[in-house]
Design a protein around this ligand. Sequence first.
Ligand code: FE2
Length: 295
Amino acid sequence: MTMESAVLDEWYPVAVIEDVKPGVAYSTRLLGVPIEYRSDGARAVQATRTDTGRPCRAQLRLHTVWLSLGDPPARPFALPEFDESDRRILGAGSFAVHASGLRVIENFLDMAHFPYVHTGLLGEEPHTEVAPYRVEHEDGELFARDCRFYQPMSAASAQTGIDAHYVYRVARPFTAMLYKTSPQQPSRRDVICLFVQPVDESRCVAHTVLVYLDDATSDSGLRLFQQTIFGQDLMILSNHMPRTLPLDPAFEVPTRADAMSIAYRRWLRERGVVYGTFSAFSASGASAASSFAAH
Ligand SMILES: [Fe+2]
């Protein structure tokens, strides 16, 4: 199978650094290919395709081990908040999901589910309406700006409900960040990174990295909060059918709340992304379509 450059020639995460012990060999899969990697403990990492024995590109960056099977850019995307000295940076978990990584990114961009899925944390009734926000393109990336949502407990450190302000940033098809009002410093934003490893077309591992301005909550408290949120999302993600993401605008009915979802799907189409998407006309799509009909 030939894979489109928009997917092949990218960096992908395979682990957050807390989970990588120096000198230990780890096995994983990326884009359907078996990989073995190890860190030497000096902030360097080596990786090999175990199907061909060939080395593949690897780097440690943004608190994460990144690999590529293609010809990726030297520097994938900028995240200057990692260099701010008062930030707490920690991995908040890596979650295996039986869905395309594109589904996981799309779910991350969706605010409409907060009151129903993250009840009492990221939303609650009757505050269910998604206020209009701006969808913008900048330097090839996709942004949703001026997002606002009432949140009873927006983060582990929240003392009270706040009108949380969000910016969503989709830097790459499988990489998104959320810039969110910091409860302790409302003029600045906490950053939640969602780095998705496409294991194959319908399975992924979602790696989360927090870049936070919280000097009160313990590491375990910060992790527990994000793991609670993501555990709630897993319930929805594992029920999405088809597991791959349909890009045909006719497939799922859009509403105003879905503006970012529509923009994300269009952006993927324009970049030529096929891997992890649903096609009713492909052989794998046909089986997904029948499972969709039965669902
Ligand atoms: Fe969610």
